[in-house]
Write a protein that binds this ligand. Sequence first.
Ligand SMILES: [Zn+2]
Length: 228
Amino acid sequence: MNKIKSGAKKVGQFLRKNIYYVLIFCCVAAIATMFTVAMVQQNRDETPVINQKPDLDDNNDDNQNQDGNNDNDDNDNNDNDNDEQTPPQKITFINPVEDAVVGKEFSMDALVWSSTLKQYMTHSGVDFMAEEGTAVVAVYGGTVESVTNDTLNGLTVTVNHGNGLKTIYGSLGESKVEVGQTLTQGQQIGTVSDSCLAESADGSHLHFEVNLNGEITDPYEYLTVSEK
Ligand SMILES: [Zn+2]
C-alpha cells in the first residue's frame, strides 16, 4: 500500500511536474507565438515597402487610375464645356440662295436616287432649288479660289474661307467673281441654273458643298437652314 501510495504520489508529483512543465511550455509557446505574430506584424508594419506597399500602391494606383480617369473625364467634359463655351469661333453660314427650297439633301452615308443618272449614289452637297437666274451669294467671307466649268458639274466657284474651310458652288448659270477676289459674306457669286449635267433632271438649283481640310463635310455643320 505504501508502495502504491508512494507510487501514486510519485505519479502525482510527476504529473504535477509535467503539468507544470506543460504549462510552462504552453506559456513559452504562447509567448513565442505572440512574439512571432508580433514580429511578423512588426515586420509588415516596418517593411511596408517590400510587402504591403506594393499592394497598397496597386490599390492606390487603381484608385488613382480611377480618379485619374474621372479626372480625365472631368477634363474631357471641361474641354467639351470649353468647346461649347467658345461659340464665337464657330462659323455660321448664311444661306447661299435666299428663299431657296432644299432639294436633294447631303447624303454621304446613304445612297439617294439620282433621277438624272438613274442610279442610287451619294450626294456630296445640299441642293438649293430656285428659279434660274436667282442670285447665289457667298455664305461666308473668303477668297475666290477657282472658277471652273465642266459639263458634268457645270459652272463651279470655290471660295476659300481659311483654316482649311472651303465652300463650293456648283451648277451656276454665270459667275460674278474672279479667281483671287476677296468676298464678303452675302456678296453675289453667280446665279442658279441647271448647268450641272449630273443633276440636270432636278431642275435649276445650286449644288452647294462644304470642304474642310480636303474632305467633304456636312454643310449643316455650318448652315442653319430652316426653310425647306
Ligand atoms: Zn447636288
